[in-house]
Design a protein around this ligand. Structure first.
Ligand SMILES: NC(=O)c1ccc[n+]([C@@H]2O[C@H](COP(=O)([O-])OP(=O)(O)OC[C@H]3O[C@@H](n4cnc5c(N)ncnc54)[C@H](OP(=O)(O)O)[C@@H]3O)[C@@H](O)[C@H]2O)c1
Length: 354
């Protein structure tokens, strides 16, 4: 049951709800960050349930809310839950979402997998951009991590100058493949340095000291599914598919935080409408975005300074040589476990809980 209580905020009082929360996939890279984001935002949690597979069930997990015993997921165990975060995988979400919605007529599911993102009846939400898309939906999809990071920076520019074309190249951290991805980078890098054989189980090639231009499966058009997700999801979140967007997605030997090089052609002439100063002003004022654009002082976005930070960083802003006055080029870094997954999901929960 959701409980209401009164809290003080900015010297005014308002009603807030305490919700019974569950996380399916609580031991995973995203699940752990959902726990951290709930705690950091002081989300009003009443009861908390942490679900895992049978492999981890029974183990105790330390959390900011205290130690919790992991339970194996079941529909029955969600009887009193108000909001559940799915952070397992597409097959799990497809298997359980409808039955859960049917058996618990109050529950709201926030799904981190790609299972429902392309269903036109299910909202795909980045709260700073399209919170209103949630309406009364009880199943809400959280976007692909690369898309969410890109959208935070691209949307304010799109609103001001319009978009004709967008070309993205990504440099994606191993944590994008969950805890097993990070472990493979750390373990195999040590093997590489120690002169031992280097193996690859999670990635299609050894990841230490390498780049792999292959994330997810190839599509008919020879883009990978990860690349097409950026196109499909940006169009859905912006509610506008009039601008072509292409992406090349590359896995890099980084623990955490994705980077993206972005080139756009705008509808409006940027030089005649405030130039780069106007672009910087827009980005300084953008919600969830930090400007790091001072190359003279070596200050620009990098995975090391974007890791474990809520805001997406943007810098290296310049007029693009190909598109001239209608062109812009910039570099973005964001912690994809936060903005691209956990933090975004918790911000969605903040919108649905009242
Ligand atoms: N990593 C990212 O950057 C990122 C970003 C956006 C979205 N996502 C999506 O978020 C989801 C989770 O990804 P992740 O990176 O956190 O993966 P992960 O680190 O591999 O974690 C997977 C989690 O799922 C649990 N699990 C596996 N089978 C289960 C089952 N049958 N019942 C209940 N729990 C089960 C695992 O529990 P055990 O401990 O029992 O194995 C673990 O907690 C995926 O859909 C992924 O595509 C990931």
């Amino acid at each position: 049951m959701i409980k209401r209580f009164i809290v003080a905020y900015n010297k005014s009082f308002y009603f807030m709800y305490m919700a019974n929360i569950a996380i399916a996939g609580a031991t995973g890279a995203v699940g752990q960050e959902i726990l951290n984001s709930l705690a950091k935002k002081e989300f009003p949690v009443n009861e908390l349930k942490l679900f895992s597979s049978s492999r981890s069930a029974g183990n105790t997990q330390a959390t900011s809310f205290g130690p919790y015993i992991l339970e194996e997921f079941s529909i029955e165990a969600c009887k009193n839950i108000d909001i559940i975060f799915f952070a397992v995988g597409g097959d799990f979400s497809r298997k359980y979402a409808s039955e859960l919605l049917e058996k618990n007529d109050k529950i709201i599911i926030i799904d981190n997998s790609s299972a429902f993102r392309y269903d036109k009846n299910i909202p795909l939400v980045v709260p700073a951009i399209n919170a209103s898309a949630i309406k009364n939906s009880r199943l809400i999809a959280n976007p692909n991590c690369t898309t969410a990071i890109l959208a935070m920076v691209l949307h304010p520019i799109y609103k001001e100058f319009g978009l004709k074309k967008c070309i993205v190249s990504t440099y994606q951290a191993t944590s994008g493949a969950g805890n097993p991805g990070m472990q493979e980078l750390l373990h195999e890098s040590k093997n590489y340095i120690d002169g031992l054989p280097v193996e690859n189980k999670i990635f299609s090639h050894p990841i230490p000291f390498n780049l792999i231009p292959h994330i997810d499966v190839e599509q008919e058009n020879h883009y990978t599914k990860e690349e097409m997700k950026v196109t499909w999801e940006t169009h859905k979140i912006f509610e506008d598919d009039s601008f072509p967007l292409s992406c090349t997605a590359v896995r890099v030997p980084i623990i955490r935080a994705h980077s993206e090089s972005v080139v756009i052609e705008t509808k409006k002439n940027i030089t005649e409408n405030g130039g780069l100063e106007k672009v910087r002003e827009i980005l300084i004022n953008a919600v969830g975005v930090t400007l790091r654009d001072d190359i003279q002082n070596n200050n620009y976005p990098m995975p090391l300074n974007a890791s474990e930070i809520d805001e997406v960083q943007v810098g290296r802003i310049r007029k693009n040589l190909v598109f001239g006055d209608f062109g812009l080029e910039f570099f973005v870094c964001g912690d994809q476990l936060l903005r691209g997954a956990a933090l975004n999901a918790v911000e969605i929960a903040e919108l649905v809980k009242i």
